[in-house]
Design a protein around this ligand. Structure first.
Ligand SMILES: C[S@@+](CC[C@H](N)C(=O)[O-])C[C@H]1O[C@@H](n2cnc3c(N)ncnc32)[C@H](O)[C@@H]1O
Length: 264
């Protein structure tokens, strides 16, 4: 008998359209920095994207003329992505987990937006190095958002503590000095295949509606994994608290590293 158990890495497709509508995009300056650091256009190579989801980063890179092979395992996420990129000739979707994907070419850039933590720790660095040509660039990034209003933030934490105490909110402001000692900087710094490690933070602010904030919460893996009655109670309580707008402070974190040449 086959049991299709839900796993935290693969629940996003349950809410693919919501995810696409409310998840935050990535800063234009970050895309510029990745392309300047990688000099991808000079290499004549394509970029590999890991965990493309509905294509928030795919579209940002494709808009800059980057040819992309976008790997995404979830059918529903890949379907939204396919709709978005239907008019683009140079974006190719592969429905697969990164660990099962067999590259048929060397890539000049491997980028991954908010998905590297879902890949398998035992193999991901080796597979990334194998997918890149010597001098090719690894770029890992994601958005860290926190509610920029102490009363509203505390109201959310109180609701979580009462209804879903297993949910962990890691929204402390990031200190640039710790970028290279925290995951994934600490692991990447130890990898013999990579060099020239850089960590950067792009701070920004945004205000969203309370309803969109609650929908955003509902796209988080930790919330999706709650038992349904608890999830419903949680969202009913959050909807009561977030009846207006929610100011967000966003730190977008980027790590860049270069693939070393193979030892001779
Ligand atoms: C939080 S979403 C991020 C999606 C998109 N990159 C973005 O920034 O909006 C994480 C994505 O990683 C995908 N994913 C999970 N495990 C994966 C794996 N082993 N290999 C590749 N992608 C994976 C999920 O299906 C999901 O689409």
């Amino acid at each position: 008998m086959t049991v299709n158990a839900r796993v935290p890495a693969r629940v996003f497709g349950e809410v693919a359209e919501d995810f696409d509508r409310v998840r935050l995009a990535y800063p234009v300056a970050l895309v510029d920095d990745v392309l300047n650091y990688s000099r991808l256009a000079d290499s004549g190579r394509r970029a590999l994207e890991v965990g493309a989801g509905t294509g928030k980063a795919t579209r940002a890179f494709a808009a800059r003329g980057v040819p992309v092979v976008a790997v995404e395992p979830d059918e529903a996420m890949a379907a939204v992505l396919a709709r978005h990129i239907a008019h683009l000739r140079d974006v190719h979707i592969v429905q697969s987990a990164f660990e099962e994907y067999q590259p048929e070419e060397g890539f000049g850039l491997l980028y991954c937006a908010d998905a590297w933590h879902w890949t398998q720790p035992e193999v991901r660095w080796r597979l990334a190095a194998q997918a890149l040509t010597a001098g090719g660039v690894l770029a890992l990034f994601w958005n860290n958002d926190r509610i920029d209003d102490p009363t509203l933030r505390q109201a959310m934490l109180d609701v979580l503590a009462e209804i879903a105490p297993t949910i962990v909110i890691n929204d402390a402001p990031l200190e640039p000095a710790r970028l290279l000692t925290e995951w994934p900087g600490n692991e990447l710094a130890e990898r013999p295949e990579f060099e020239d490690l850089v960590g950067r933070i792009y701070p920004s602010r945004r205000t969203v509606t309370g309803a969109d904030y609650v929908t955003h919460m509902s796209t988080r893996s930790q919330c999706r994994m709650l038992a349904e009655p608890i999830r419903e109670r949680l969202f009913a309580a959050l909807t009561e608290d977030f009846d207006d707008v929610v100011p967000l402070a966003i730190d977008t974190v980027l790590y860049l590293a270069r693939r070393k040449p193979e030892p001779r």
